[in-house]
Design a protein. Structure first.
Length: 495
């Protein structure tokens, strides 16, 4: 049996009991209604059938047990960390991923894969496996700053991915429908579609664009473990999670202890961060809008970024005040500059001119797109989206620098690379109402390529006429690739 059922309340501090247990956990979509039974089973089965033979049945049993009893605590999960699951986790890691503090790479580990996995599995089962500190790394952010990452060792990545797969079978049942980030089978465009449909169908007049300051670095370890113990009572799994949280980070040869937060870059961090916000934010929002809101309230969350829509301003202001107080209780804080309450919706344009004296409503950014109030040809309201200007500019700077490095490559090599760049960019940004932005991106790439080819020689014969033929041969045209939000939302939520 995957775990025993217990009708007793989980052992949590009184504060957590008052704020977590009394909130009914229900699966929902952005309007506040649950997925249909057939839809839930369809999602579960499709994910199950995609696994290797033998492995999905065990996860399916865990999932079904979690569905049957939302209060069940699972006491025996470690035996699901099998050599087969570890092998699948290993194959899911990028081959060129950076090595951790032990210097072990994917290719080195693969040379004796079966022996390495059997040894790793044996150490896990007998309790001899120990988490190693992460290696500090940095990646550039869109605003020019550096985002710190914790680069785990290869074996830590393998075990974390395997444990995440097992725990996801439980938590995918608990997580609410408006939570999209870092969840299997959910994409950013689904969140964008749900937001657009929610604002259009519900009576939204105010939008809260919220961001949690330093979220991944602020998670309280003790509270996080209490939340996990609400569902998981396997002491060996809990000890693994504690070891990963406390493993520390090595930077410049010095070991820094991690007393709070989850290491960004660790395979299990997205799941842990979702668990934390599920109890701190999602369940609380679900209860608040059912018991305190006067009008319609919608929410879409992607990791630590979430957008909410309100029918009434006093609902929005009251919620924001309560949210700040609740976050303080759980060591979190809203970013003062990135959190805004703005007038937005079908009546925003008229209200801005009549009440605020503004020419047009404010906009907000979410998942790489600027959302603004627009109209159809018949004058009806619609939420429109375009690529964030700073994102587009940053990508063009990145392409310009790489083209300079590839200046003396053949046109074939340059064209093949630029084609992949544009296709990748369009795969995300080619959404309805964004034709102008993706067209501008392609045109700017064309200009950068033209000037790069001209700089290769002082006696260049490259002209715009010749360049046009090269561009037509290598660069894909700018066209919309994604459906309208209503079509995407209706596909996943037919009700």
């Amino acid at each position: 049996m995957n775990g025993r059922r217990q009708s007793d309340s989980p052992i949590l501090p009184a504060k957590l009991l008052n704020k977590v247990q009394d909130v009914k956990r229900t699966e929902e979509v952005v309007e506040g209604r649950g997925l249909t039974k057939g839809k839930a089973e369809q999602q579960n089965m499709s994910r199950t059938q995609s696994r290797e033979n033998g492995m999905p049945n065990a996860l399916h049993r865990i999932r079904q047990a979690a569905i049957r009893n939302k209060g069940e605590k699972f006491t025996a999960l470690l035996h699901h960390i099998t050599p087969e699951r570890l092998r699948t986790a290993f194959l899911g890691i990028k081959r060129n991923a950076a090595a951790g503090v032990d210097g072990v790479t994917w290719h080195w580990y693969e040379e004796d894969l079966e022996s390495n996995l059997q040894d790793l599995h044996a150490r896990i089962q007998r309790g001899a496996y120990r988490a190693k500190p992460s290696r500090r790394g940095y990646i550039p952010k869109s605003d020019g700053r550096q985002r710190p990452l914790g680069i785990a060792t290869l074996e830590d990545k393998i075990v974390q991915r395997a444990v995440t797969e097992v725990l996801s079978a439980i938590y995918e049942v608990d997580f609410l429908g408006f939570s999209y980030g870092f969840r299997p089978g959910r994409q950013a465009h689904e969140a964008l579609g749900a937001l657009g449909v929610g604002i259009h169908r519900k009576k939204v007049s105010w939008v809260l664009d919220a961001d949690i300051r330093g979220y991944f670095d602020s998670i309280d370890h003790e509270l996080l473990m209490k939340f996990i113990e609400h569902r998981v009572e396997d002491g060996r799994i809990l000890r693994l999670i504690k070891r990963w949280l406390k493993a520390g980070v090595i930077e410049n040869g010095r070991l820094e202890a991690t007393e709070e937060g989850t290491p960004q870059g660790a395979s299990i961090s997205p799941l842990l961060s979702n668990v934390y916000l599920h109890y701190v934010l999602d369940l609380w929002v679900q209860n608040w809008r059912k018991t305190q809101a006067r009008g319609d309230v919608i929410i879409v969350r992607w990791a630590d970024d979430f957008v909410m829509g309100f029918q009434y301003r006093d609902d929005a202001e009251g919620f924001l005040m309560g949210l700040r107080e609740r976050f303080r209780e759980y060591s979190l804080e809203l970013h003062p500059e990135k959190t805004r309450l703005i007038r937005f919706g079908r009546f925003a344009a008229g209200d801005c001119k009549r009440i605020d004296g503004r020419r047009k409503p404010e906009t907000f950014d979410f998942l790489g797109f600027t959302h603004y109030c627009g109209k159809l040809k018949d004058g009806k309201f619609r939420v429109k989206r375009k690529t964030m200007r700073k994102r587009l500019t940053a990508k063009l700077h990145e392409v310009k620098a790489e083209l300079r490095r590839r200046m003396h490559q053949s046109i074939r090599d340059q064209g093949s690379w630029l084609r992949s760049v544009i296709r990748g960019y369009f795969a995300y940004h080619a959404i309805p109402d964004n034709s102008q932005a993706i067209g501008a991106f392609r045109y700017q790439i064309e200009k950068l390529w033209y000037w790069t080819l001209r700089r290769r020689s002082q006696r260049t014969r490259m002209t715009w006429e010749r360049m046009g033929k090269i561009v037509a041969l290598w660069l894909p045209p700018a066209r919309i690739l994604h459906p309208w939000p209503e079509q995407r939302f209706g596909r996943y939520h037919p009700r």
